[in-house]
Design a protein around this ligand. Structure first.
Ligand SMILES: [Zn+2]
Length: 378
């Protein structure tokens, strides 16, 4: 747990880190308790019992003994301890804000709302998962059809009856969203919360938001959820929206600090934005290069050097497939690749006969001209 004060502004942020294994995603989830004229919690982490059941079973993996040995209410206790160390109780909580509708950011919300009576705010574009009584079941079952079309091998343990054995169809962790966020600007909870602004940062998910804490231009902190992370590159679900978001963040001036929902703080936000631009430019270039011959998305993902850590072509890896897919998709929007074949349900793509620089020029036109809403020519 760490505390960050914004001197002279009457604002402080307490970071509470909850357990989540890094086998499936970015690992531990950071929650942020913001003390302004209201007490706000950003994000929730995951109910401890679901870590052992839902996540390992979804990916057909054995639960490691150290995870099996966890106290069944570890995250619930960590959260309570975090409030205590900040000198607060659950009863003080006014508002739970969700940075986006992914499982590691809202599934413990039900517990928090029951304990505190806090109201919930989230962007309307992510309410289809947050407010969905079957969201845990959907988490388990969605994506498989798409995985097949990428050419990725699926694992044997994958079948829907397992999801039913886990009783996910009755695990309802949906939240009622009391304050749907539509507009950017002041965070509103009946009345505006002073010193806290909302910024829509789509791309990682449609309704991803960041909170900006502090009004002093020289001393404001960005809480970007999963939009910026320190050690890893966040996987967008929509790369065009994500690159537009990176450009928006570049134009927003300086932040003294960004406190992401996973991993360490980012001290040099501009440098991180530049790194992420270069990362996606390079990966688009590699994708275009691999597709000189007809290639499936899995062929792209398993090309030498595509990822820092090599991806085993014989092993299911949903995140690797998704990362390659969004690069193929954006190239396709810019006319840099086209789908040339579908064989045994697997889609193949072929690059245009031009330099990558020419294609990237059109990608940048799409990013900069917000009036263009390109068709995915997938
Ligand atoms: Zn996350």
């Amino acid at each position: 747990m760490r505390r960050f004060d914004l001197p002279g502004q009457g604002l402080s942020i307490t970071q509470i880190t909850t357990f989540c294994p890094d086998d499936f995603g970015p690992g531990h989830t950071n929650l942020h308790l913001i003390e302004a004229d209201k007490l706000i919690l950003l994000d929730t982490g995951v109910p401890t019992r679901l870590i052992a059941t839902l996540f390992y079973s979804r990916f057909g993996r054995q639960i490691p003994p150290e995870v099996e040995a966890l106290p069944p209410d570890l995250n619930e206790r960590t959260l309570a301890k975090g409030f205590e160390l900040a000198g607060r109780t659950f009863n003080d909580l006014d508002l739970l804000v969700l940075s986006h509708g992914h499982w590691d950011h809202f599934l413990l919300g039900d517990h928090i709302v029951r304990q505190s009576g806090a109201k919930v705010a989230a962007h309307v574009l992510d309410t289809p998962t947050i407010c969905n009584p079957w969201s845990t079941l959907l988490l388990w079952t969605t994506g498989w059809q798409q995985a097949r079309s990428l050419g990725m091998p699926l694992f044997n343990a994958m079948n829907e009856s397992q999801a039913f054995r886990l009783q996910l169809q009755t695990t309802n962790l949906a939240l009622e969203v009391d304050f749907p966020i539509i507009e950017q600007g002041s965070l509103e909870a009946d009345i505006p919360v002073s010193g806290v602004q909302v910024k829509h940062l789509p791309g990682h998910s449609p309704g991803s938001i960041g909170l900006i804490v502090g009004e002093d231009d020289e001393d404001k902190v960005l809480l970007p959820g999963d939009v910026l992370l320190d050690a890893i590159t966040p996987i967008p679900t929509d790369l065009l929206a994500y690159l537009r978001t990176l450009e928006d963040l570049e134009n927003m001036g300086n932040f003294v600090l960004a406190l992401p929902a996973h991993g360490d703080e980012i001290r040099d936000v501009k440098a991180r934005l530049a790194f992420l631009w270069e990362h996606h430019r390079r990966r688009l270039g590699l994708t275009h290069h691999v597709c000189r011959k007809p290639a499936s998305i899995w062929d792209v993902a398993t090309t030498d050097g595509y990822f820092d850590v090599p991806v085993d072509p014989g092993e299911f890896n949903f995140l690797a497939g998704l990362e390659a897919m969004i690069h193929v998709e954006l190239l396709s929007m810019a006319g840099g690749v086209r789908r040339c074949d579908i064989r045994d349900g697997v889609h193949y793509f072929l690059a245009s006969n031009e330099t990558f620089e020419a294609v990237f020029g059109r990608v940048m036109e799409l990013v900069r001209d917000r009036a263009i809403i390109p068709l995915a020519r997938f």
